[in-house]
Write a new protein. Structure first.
Lengths: 657, 348
């Protein structure tokens, strides 16, 4: 569970339970004190326990099931189709290292204390969620992170219905929550009740579980089926749900948000948080569930090796880095060039003496969609020539090459990184002053003013404001501004705080938004959210370019109904071509790898990590060698050294990266 | 303009005799003058260009596209490159560049070298470059100009408002005084920094807006002193005399009372200036100040502290800040000493 740099760690977390695309941002220094303030208030609130009113949600859930017989169906094993072919993942290779040792404590850090331990409702989508849910809890089936095949999770076998939108699951009778209660079919029925309920104050989940899932059927305590609304090729991703333990939510009610604020749902995964390990504002300890039910099962053995993970709150990235160099923290994300080259160069004594080892790992995951989002309803920006001109005047190549030292590469499309959906032949417009001037001239901007900025006949200046919520992108924007001025384009920089910028952009009051969407970690990209006219000119939708294109609407409708990957690939290519022609999105940059530094007592599998990993700790493949720790600490005192280790793992590197 | 009374004139003489303060004053004036004409010392535009027999003075004019000097681009001429071309062409064309040929906004990137780059005499980056390859010296000088302009305007506005309201309170007294005092107490209890931060995070403030916000919450301090001073002066005979002669309130406050309490305000001025510089730097440091890419000391400090491996950034900003604040403080001390009433007040 390495907490990489915020910049990289938030870049698409591994998400099994589908959730809303989130905007990605680095933490803002200026919010720290407000967070402290908020935390103070929260911890104050938490102490005031309200009088407990005994409540049982059971009957209400039962009534809800009865009221929605089309969604919640109760059947018998005899109702199962006879011709089902059951899969159990026995042909899927394991990916952990058999030499891994169990035990020990991993020392890691988090930038901010979690705002809640809930999985739903306000603030539940914070970055701490990956520790307790996304990278921890098991779902029905799990995706093998090298091959993309599926292996058993909470289901020991699964089968596909002939309708292409339903899957059957045989639950593993061994599966237990961390409180020892077995996982049963009822918990899946309850999950639907829970996520559709108004108690949880979570409109996104309400909508998602109401709109996309059409049925959940219980055949017996250990057999269920789940249906999606239409046939799709990545059914496993969508239907691989996590259960919601009904026994834990007995007291579910209007006070859900307060009542469950600091109560952690019993987990099916390896780590849980004991109440006494929650030191508000200071640290959180994750403890490995004693006798975890999947501990010795294939695919789970030799993983999640630490008995304890200590997550210290360090509110400043540079301070955390110093703690890492002291050895207080076991590993640190070095993805940003600043850390890799300047703060911990290969020549650093800690690296040269072999105490800290450095690794580059090329991965293949959908990348955050960084770029300029042009609001096509704003005057001038509604002119495609102006938009194309801006695309030619945006020198992302220089930023990638000189500011990010060539480590970052230009994003090619808004949907990079989907291994099965390539976009051959679509490349972003390169920086070209001549082409930019040519397009601006077509839009009537021909004369340069006294400061070199183009004006049209009416004396209107070619000037736009770029809004961003990410202070760490300030330097990038100043470079782009200087370069754009050469093409007669003025870009004013507006760095607002997260909430304000997000609101401004979500309500479509921006001219140019510079931000990133967290990608949907799915098999293929989404278009409806970003480009369908149903979402244009409406506040709080993801179509922040306000794109209205009837032809795209038709393609998107077909795309969302596509049933084979071939069809999806064909339609996605056409859609991406439209996105390019429309020039309302200008792709920025992506990182094809992550980099990490770690003390030599942290050990890794021989391939280091897996293809679809977002960060080194995501799949729990590393372990601690206590002897090496003692040896290293002694060596540091006595001056003894080890051979330096700086490694590059490029087995998953794509051409052109 | 009112004439200085003999006491004030003697105070100024005494100020001149206090060596440390007076020298600081001269140095600061020199720096101010220098920053006013910063473009002549630090800037990317050439001071004089002789091209094909005619002379150009691009510093303060509209931009010259590269095509004006036979280059093949229509954006602003890169004079450093042009100078190299003049040298190789050897056709009698020449130019004079400022000693530091960089403006505070341009990113000078070089192949294979990644910013921040250390100070280099040869490159003419005398204090090195920052994280995006901008000249640190240029950003310091232009940042100084903005900080000084900010603090001087701040001084004028705060004093105009503070003195006017303070004097009025002291002079009129009674219910007006009572109500205004309560209002000021409430107003000055608003946590000013939070307000600035909240406003700055909703709208990106420009120079005037930021100045306005800061002034809005800073004028109250001055009123306390002016109120007391006006209260005291009001009881003096010359005020009564003026009133008997038929002078109106405005005339009495501004023509009679104000010159007599001015020495009090003068002693506060340097400290107000240093306070304003610190405030602007702090806001920029936290990212709530002037929008990027405005050159600013706070922004340099912020960059410097998060890039301690490039010590020239943080040390440049730090020493600049220390030097300017010391100068202002020395001036302030000297003024305070020169204007010390213990030396000059004559009790009658």
């Amino acid at each position: 569970m390495k907490h990489l740099l915020p910049f990289s760690s938030e870049c698409g977390r591994s998400v099994r339970t589908p959730h809303e695309p989130r905007r990605v941002r680095a933490p803002a220094l200026q919010w720290l004190f407000l967070t402290v303030l908020a935390l103070g208030l929260l911890s104050g609130c938490a102490k005031k326990e309200t009088a407990v009113t005994r409540r049982d949600i059971g009957p209400e859930a039962e009534a809800y099931y009865k009221a929605h017989p089309d969604v919640f169906r109760f059947a018998t094993p005899a109702d199962l189709p006879k011709d089902l072919v059951w899969h159990d993942g026995s042909d899927v290779p394991e990916f952990s290292a058999p030499e891994a040792k169990r035990g020990g404590t991993e020392y890691s850090w988090i930038l901010d204390f979690p705002r809640t331990l809930r999985f739903a409702g306000p603030d539940a989508a914070g970055s701490f969620r990956s520790f307790i849910l996304d990278d921890n809890a098991l779902s029905l089936t799990m995706k093998q992170p090298n091959t993309g095949q599926y292996y058993p999770g909470l289901a020991k076998a699964w089968a596909y219905a002939s309708d292409g939108r339903t899957m059957y699951f045989k639950l593993d009778p061994d599966a237990r929550y961390s409180d020892g209660v077995p996982v049963k079919a009822d918990d899946y029925l309850f999950a639907f009740f829970f996520f559709r309920s108004r108690y949880i104050d979570d409109p996104w989940s309400n909508n998602f579980y109401t709109t996309y899932y059409t049925n959940v059927t219980k055949y017996d305590d250990y057999t269920i089926s789940v249906s999606w609304r239409e046939p799709i090729p990545d059914l496993d991703d969508k239907l691989g749900l996590t259960p919601v333990p009904e026994h834990f939510y007995k007291e579910l009610g209007d006070d859900y948000v307060q009542r469950y604020q600091w109560k952690l749902e019993p987990t099916t995964g390896p780590y849980t948080v004991k109440p006494e390990d929650l030191h508000k504002g200071s640290y959180v300890d994750l403890t490995r569930v004693p006798n975890w039910w999947a501990s010795d099962k294939p695919f789970y053995r030799h993983r999640y090796n630490f008995d304890r993970v200590h997550l210290q709150v360090i509110r400043d990235v540079d301070k955390a880095f110093e703690a890492f160099k002291r050895g207080d923290i076991d590993s640190f994300g070095l993805t940003l060039p600043k850390y890799w080259y300047d703060k911990l160069p290969d020549s650093d004594p800690l690296v040269q003496n072999g105490y800290i080892q450095k690794t580059v790992f090329y991965n293949q995951v959908p990348v955050p969609i960084y770029g300029f989002y042009l609001n096509t309803t704003i005057p001038l920006l509604n002119n495609r020539n102006v938009r194309e001109g801006i695309a030619y005047a945006s020198n992302f190549d220089l930023v990638d090459h000189q500011y990010f030292r060539g480590d970052f590469v230009r994003m090619q499309t808004g949907s990079d990184g989907y291994a099965e959906v390539p976009f051959p032949g679509i490349h972003p417009r390169p920086y070209s002053i001549d082409k930019a001037l040519e397009h601006f001239a077509k839009a009537g901007f021909t004369k340069r003013g006294p400061d070199g900025i183009l004006t049209d006949e009416k004396g209107q200046r070619l000037s736009f404001t770029v809004t961003t919520d990410d202070p760490s992108m300030r330097d990038v924007l100043t470079i782009l501004r200087q370069e754009a001025a050469k093409a007669g384009l003025e870009l004013n920089i507006e760095v607002l705080d997260e909430t304000t910028a997000d609101k401004k952009i979500a309500e479509k009051h921006h001219q140019i938004g510079f931000m990133a969407f967290g990608p949907a970690v799915e098999k293929y990209p989404r278009y409806w959210d970003f480009y369908d006219s149903a979402n244009a000119n409406k506040p709080q939708t993801n179509n922040i370019t306000n794109t209205v294109d009837p032809e795209m609407d038709k393609l998107i409708a077909a795309y969302d109904k596509a049933q084979s990957m071939d069809e999806i690939r064909r339609l996605a290519l056409q859609l991406e071509q439209h996105v390019y022609d429309n020039a309302a999105f200008i792709p920025a940059f992506k990182m094809p790898f992550y980099r990490v530094g770690y003390w030599r007592w942290i050990k890794w599998p021989k391939d280091f990590n897996v293809r679809f990993s977002n960060g080194a700790g995501q799949f729990g493949l590393d372990w601690i060698d206590e002897d090496a720790k003692k040896e290293t600490l002694d060596a540091r005192n006595s001056g003894q050294t080890f051979p330096p280790e700086i490694k590059v793992f490029d087995q998953w590197k794509l051409k052109g990266e | 303009m009112f004439r200085l009374d003999p006491i004030t004139r003697r105070q100024l003489q005494r100020f001149r005799s206090l060596k440390r303060g007076y020298c600081s004053f001269l140095v600061l004036c020199g720096l101010l003058l220098m920053s006013t004409f910063a473009e002549l010392l630090v800037g990317s535009r050439a001071l004089i260009v002789k091209y094909h027999g005619s002379y150009y003075f691009p510093t303060y004019t509209a931009f010259h596209p590269g095509t004006d000097f036979g280059e093949d681009y229509s954006y602003e001429t890169n004079y450093r490159k042009l100078k190299e071309r003049f040298a190789t062409d050897a056709q009698g064309d020449w130019m004079l560049l400022p000693p530091v040929p960089y403006n505070p906004y341009e990113n000078s990137f070089e192949e294979g070298v990644y910013p921040p780059t250390p100070p280099s005499f040869f490159q003419r980056h005398f204090l090195g470059t920052d994280t995006t390859g901008r000249d640190v010296l240029a950003r310091l000088l232009y940042g100084f100009r903005i900080a000084m302009l900010f603090s001087l305007l701040f001084l004028v506005l705060v004093y105009v408002v503070g003195i006017a309201i303070g004097c009025a309170m002291g002079y009129f007294g009674g219910a007006f005084d009572l109500l205004m005092q309560r209002a000021i107490e409430i107003w000055s209890n608003i946590p000013f920094l939070y307000i600035v931060i909240i406003i700055a995070s909703i709208v990106t403030p420009n120079f005037l807006l930021l100045l306005g916000i800061v002034v809005l919450f800073s004028w109250t301090d001055m009123t306390y002193y002016m109120r007391t001073a006006a209260y005291r002066e009001k009881a003096r005979d010359y005020v009564a005399a003026a009133r008997v002669l038929g002078a109106g309130s405005g005339r009495i406050i501004f023509r009679h009372i104000l010159p007599n309490v001015l020495s009090l305000t003068v002693t506060f001025m340097p400290f107000t200036v240093s306070g304003a510089i610190t405030l602007l730097t702090a806001l920029d440091f936290l990212g709530f100040g002037l929008p990027p890419p405005t050159p600013s000391w706070g922004e340099l400090l912020e960059q410097g502290t998060s890039n301690l491996n490039a010590p020239w950034i943080v040390s440049s900003a730090f020493f600049a800040l220390v030097i300017i604040l010391s100068l202002v403080t020395f001036i302030g001390e000297a003024i305070r000493e020169a204007f010390d009433p213990k030396k000059f007040t004559i009790y009658q």
